[in-house]
Ligand binder design. Structure first.
Ligand code: 26V
Length: 812
């Protein structure tokens, strides 16, 4: 493809699709035409990929997830197709700014945070490694809310990402599936066999919208299938004599479409909302039925299902796959229980992403019974058999049966259901997996020791380095060649350059340019000028107590106090950047946002302090914004209370872009530390063991830390004397949660250790050579955290799937 060819194609597309010439076309029309041109070459490969998988009868993994946080696709698709440069050049030559054109794509924000973004990185790696993998998700009409900051407070606005057509999707009416809710189950005996008939249920039509997932430099195009709930007039009985039927129909239509209307904005917090449960079953039932239809075309016995299909469930959200697959095998396919159970267990694998008890799903029994009467019976039976097995085979666990049961005290424990019904249970970082095995899921580990395994998370280096940070990617390639792009573990080849002043200078220059880009964005959007030489310190992730944005703020307020006490202090200037959405109902988190903005206001406008410090809360943190911030970062804040962050993936993205981590010994920070060595990470704080000890003994006394540390008192007292706020607001609730609710997340306990660690950061930054060396060491080891490594491990150790080469399509 040359600039000339592409210019010609673009002109033709503008004419055929919009009846416009290049001069008349809007940026949006140019964007859409480009997508259409791209689809012309993606779709033949897409078709070929599916055909190849069918012909080879490849085993396929289906990744079931309530969230896929894709962000924009245009650049990564072009990058993977090897066409990014020629497209950019063509646009520039036609006097369009490529960045402006790409901005026409709305972020697909169908996820909350780490769990959803992980699913998106996995799709990229599956396709790039030529692995037969599908995503199964929901096409929410509204993605995660758009955040505005008004007067320092978070305000949520709907994210109508489908306002303009979503260019990548293809609606497949012919693949629609019926999903059934409610009704009753009638049990009959025919020829001595039990039959279960479902009556009076509500029918919901699930329509798939397929999104192509383009592999890097290969012909593989996998599928992300997003289901949308739609109604049909076919199933609604109009009676001409009843005038109200039309209104009933509209009500019915609305009640159905509600199912895929919006993404629940809670992250790590479970609420028993009936609509959320409906969404989960909608995904599970539509997804499973479509898999079974396809499997049947292979004409293989059901007993061999697990040789062809493996289903990975992303957290417990899709764990109804266990009883739903049982239902299909028992009722539709007429298999016996033992056979159906063996097939189900061999086919399903479960990933756990959290040990926070408030995030573990437990649905009320009666809700499940009303919504899915047949599934309820099946879950009941699974539970009976499981508890009996425990009673007879594990006498030592008898007293634990109530806490291990799937169904207990009127609730259904989804994690228990997922663990009992699957052949693999994995955590997402080494520490997290050991916490599952030794603590949170300990009795299950006794019963199923071989099911537990670890798969440390990863991120796609193609999006997060190659595309987000082209400057850095370029100097890496100049130094070590291009092999690292397909084999990210080869990034270690830059390690010998860590001490090379010439390479260090190149890294410094790229970082500086990235900071300037970010500074321009900040100037444009916030009218704040930031010092080019300042340390860029970033804390970007969902807002949550356990992630301790508050600890970061306490350090900032302490620095502010220090500057006030000593106006002539010498300090490397720092800009503290926050990006975080709070769940709309999470009051504490929202107060922390307000506090951040209040502190920012005070500091940024202070005549002397603002020379040393700046604080900025960037609104509407999402994938696209992350891509701007991360390449510019020097310091990566990963300061969760030890044991609480299952893995973290922002830590990996920042490390890959040369930021140094200041972090607790939590999640994947521990493994990052193992790779880079103690000298190249700033570790602080109490360990997960210490957290567990405090919790067991119940002897943490937050107040002692307040009383004993003058610096801490000076920080905290500013929260309640209206220093940072007008008369109408203060931050008493935050203050009380620390002192009267005894600081659940050990902010006060870690304050001193965090401050010392931050001092080490400051000192280290003064020696730029030393800093750059550490930065390069981090980049060099970041290949270990590519999702290609993670996906290879899943493929080999859990899924048992093989790469399948897709031939180049003859048309191309
Ligand atoms: C839970 C809930 C509860 C019901 C309402 C909606 C909702 C949405 C998400 C969640 C899941 C929380 C679990 C989660 O996101 N875990 C994160 O997973 C990342 C990928 O493995 C990991 O890096 C983070 O450490 C972990 O917090």
């Amino acid at each position: 493809m040359t600039v000339d060819n592409l210019s010609q194609l673009l002109k033709e597309k503008l004419t055929s699709s919009f009846g416009k010439s290049l001069e008349e076309a809007t940026t949006k029309e140019v964007f859409q035409s480009i997508c259409l041109i791209m689809k012309d070459s993606i779709h033949p490969n897409w078709q070929m990929t599916q055909q190849t998988y069918d012909e080879n009868e490849s085993k396929q993994v289906y990744y079931f997830s309530m969230e896929f946080l894709l962000g924009r696709m245009i650049e990564t698709n072009l990058l993977n197709m090897g066409l990014l440069d020629v497209y950019k050049e063509t646009l520039t030559s036609l006097e369009f700014n490529p960045e402006e054109v790409f901005k026409e794509e709305h972020d697909a924000g169908l996820g909350n945070g780490g769990l959803g973004r992980l699913a998106a990185c996995f799709l990229d790696s599956l396709a790039s490694l030529q692995l037969p993998g599908y995503g199964m998700g929901i096409r929410y009409k509204y993605g995660l809310f758009q955040q505005k900051v008004v007067n320092g407070y978070q305000v949520e606005l709907p994210d109508y990402w489908l306002e303009d057509e979503y260019m990548w999707e293809t609606k497949r009416n012919d693949k629609a599936i019926e999903v059934r809710f409610g009704g009753t189950v009638e049990t009959t005996t025919i020829n001595g066999e039990l039959h279960f008939q479902h009556h009076d249920y509500e029918r919901v039509l699930a329509i798939p919208y397929d999104v192509p997932i383009v592999g890097y430099d290969n012909s593989t195009v996998n599928t992300l299938r997003l289901w949308s709930a739609e109604s049909t007039t076919n199933h609604f009985h109009f009676h001409s004599s009843r005038g109200h039927d039309y209104y009933h129909y509209l009500d019915y239509k609305r009640s159905i479409e509600k199912i895929s209307e919006f993404l629940y904005p809670d992250d790590s917090y479970y609420e028993g909302k009936i609509l959320r449960l409906k969404q989960q079953y909608f995904l599970v039932s539509a997804g499973l039925q479509s898999i079974m239809q396809k499997y049947k075309k292979r004409n293989k016995p059901l007993q061999e299902l697990s040789k062809h299909v493996v289903i990975q469930i992303n957290d417990t959200h899709p764990s109804l796959v266990v009883p739903e697959l049982m239902r299909i095998l028992l009722d539709d396919e007429r298999l016996g229980w033992d056979e159906a159970w063996a097939i189900t267990q061999e086919t399903v694998a479960y990933t756990n992403h959290t040990t926070l008890s408030e995030a573990l799903e437990k649905w009320p029994e009666d809700m499940i019974e009303t919504l899915f009467p047949r599934l309820y019976q099946i879950i009941y039976e699974i539970n009976e058999r499981f508890c009996k097995m425990l009673w007879f085979d594990y006498p030592e666990l008898r007293e634990k049966i109530p806490e291990m049961a799937i169904l207990a005290y009127g609730q259904i424990h989804m994690a228990h259901l997922a663990m009992v019904g699957s052949f693999s249970i994995n955590g997402v970082a080494k520490l997290h997996t050991s916490i599952l095995k030794d603590r949170v899921m300990k009795p299950f580990h006794i019963v199923y020791p071989d099911r537990f395994n670890n798969k440390t998370n990863g991120i796609t280096h193609r999006r997060w380095l190659l595309n987000a940070n082209p400057g850095l990617a370029h100097i890496i390639t100049e130094a070590i060649g291009t092999d690292w792009i397909k084999k990210p573990e080869q990034l270690v080849s830059i390690l010998p350059y860590a001490t090379d002043p010439a390479f260090q200078d190149l890294v410094a220059r790229v970082k500086h340019e990235n900071k300037q880009n970010l500074a321009t964005y900040i100037k444009q959007h916030y009218n704040l000028t930031i010092d080019d030489e300042a340390i860029v310190d970033v804390h970007i992730k969902r807002l949550h107590g356990y992630k301790r944005q508050l600890l970061n703020l306490f350090h900032i307020i302490h620095l502010y106090n220090t500057c006030l006490e000593n106006p002539s202090i010498k300090m490397t200037p720092r800009i503290f950047i926050f990006g975080a959405k709070a769940a709309p109902g999470y009051t504490f988190a929202k107060q922390v946002i307000k506090l951040t903005n209040a502190v920012a206001e005070k500091i940024n406008h202070h005549p002397t302090v603002s020379k040393h410090l700046k604080v900025l809360f960037l609104e509407n943190y999402q994938v696209t914004l992350a891509e701007k911030i991360i390449p510019a970062a020097d310091v990566s804040e990963q300061i969760s209370t030890a044991s609480k962050e299952a893995s973290g993936t922002g830590n990996m993205k920042l490390m890959m872009n040369g930021a140094l981590t200041i972090g607790t010994q939590d999640g994947a920070n521990v493994e990052i530390g193992e790779y880079v060595g103690n000298d190249n990470i700033f570790t602080f704080g109490i360990t997960s063991e210490e957290v567990f000890q405090y919790q067991m003994r119940g002897d943490y006394r937050a107040r002692d830390y307040y009383n004993d540390d003058r610096r801490l008192r000076n920080v905290m007292d500013l929260l309640v004397n209206q220093h940072f706020s007008g008369d109408d607001v203060d931050f008493k609730d935050i203050f009380y949660s620390l002192l009267y609710n005894n600081d659940e997340y050990f902010v006060l306990r870690d304050f001193d250790s965090y401050l010392s660690s931050q001092q080490r950061v400051d000192q280290c930054y003064q020696n730029q050579r030393d800093w750059l060396q550490k930065s390069i060491v981090n980049i060099g080891h970041s290949g270990a955290f590519s999702s290609d490594r993670t996906i290879r491990e899943y493929a080999e150790e859990i899924w048992k799937i093989q790469p399948t080469t897709v031939p180049t399509h003859p048309i191309l």
